[in-house]
Design a protein around this ligand. Sequence first.
Ligand SMILES: Cc1cc2nc3c(=O)[nH]c(=O)nc-3n(C[C@H](O)[C@H](O)[C@H](O)COP(=O)(O)O)c2cc1C
Length: 399
Amino acid sequence: MTTGAVPSVEPPGAAAHAIEVARGQPTGDGVVARPPYLGREELDALFSVEEFEPLAAARMHPTTYQYIRGWAGTGWTAAENMRAFQRWVFRPRFMRDVTHLDTSTTVLGETVAAPILFAPTSVHKLAHPHGEAATAGAARALDIVQVLSTGSSTSLEDIAGIGPKRWFQLYWYTDRGLTRELVERAVAAGFTALVLTVDAPVIGWRETERRTAMVKPDDATAVLLPEDLSGVAQATDLTWESLEWLRSVSPLPLVLKGIGRSDDARLAAAHGADALIVSNHGGRQLDGGIATLDALPGVAAAVEGLHGAGGRPLEVYMDGGVRRGTDVVKALALGARAVLIGRPVQWGLATGGEAGVLRMLELIFGEFRSAMGLCGATRPSEITRAMVTRNPEPTAPRV
Ligand SMILES: Cc1cc2nc3c(=O)[nH]c(=O)nc-3n(C[C@H](O)[C@H](O)[C@H](O)COP(=O)(O)O)c2cc1C
């Protein structure tokens, strides 16, 4: 195992961190705690996503758990992402035939069992030795898309053999050769969309990561990047015009992750995006930023009627704080075609590997199906804005 301490002050240009977890210098030893994972029977006794977090925390080194849980600054935005869901309540419709509920939809033309994707989060081997392969197995079983991170601890080619529905999340490096190679590998390995993360040109101010050295298993490394990360730096000079180059080296549909404003959404459409993800990196980048659910309606309205470079209507997804099936219905009512889930995937992995991720998502899935039907919709496309309204008592906590 190794320990990575994050320097107290980022070196100049280290906005350009290679990946979230690979920063820092080795400083010493630690103990990586990995008590037995829960089996199928024990997992079946869990009934909410919230139950997974403490079980996951107990199975990870505290510093690893903190890294996954972490946020920028005070953590206000990370918490706000979740609070935003409490600001909306349902206006259910009844006396509608909901005999046949179908949660399936399409994302970029690909049929998926539910409007839920696995968000790209780095180094899944922090949470479980099978890492992204376990996540891919769960995505296959659930018939949903896994978005593989540039910070993956499993190779693109290994994932290709497991998960049939896979997109690749790209960080763009100053070394265009490296960036291009990542794109080419993703294309060759059959990934069907490229998700460019735009909200991290500068690294967020992560106080916990700065304060505490992370203790991690030896195999928990970003295998898609060069072993020597000293020369690897994220590009800080990207502009809308830069997308032209990316589109010239990638035949894949382009998804921009981290859009939160209507003007940026329209610019993204004008520069060839096929889909947008309203995201603030789970509150890990700019503390004080708007909750993603609050940003979503404006972005969705801004691109209504616009088409992506591939000719399809531009799609809008969102992530940040989605923990329940009811959250998924609210996001769809406010303009998202689908949502992505970040931290809970890591909790599922740490609790029970592939079976843990499967169970975690089955719960969100099940509640989504139930809530959709109770709102009077038989399929995601029938979920409308009229099914939610602002919460008259917005401070009411979740029980
Ligand atoms: C541990 C961790 C690592 C992440 N790594 C990446 C990454 O490599 N690339 C990326 O675009 N987003 C990354 N994200 C952000 C997620 O894709 C997603 O936006 C966020 O987790 C959604 O919020 P949620 O965790 O509340 O569901 C990471 C998030 C976490 C928690």
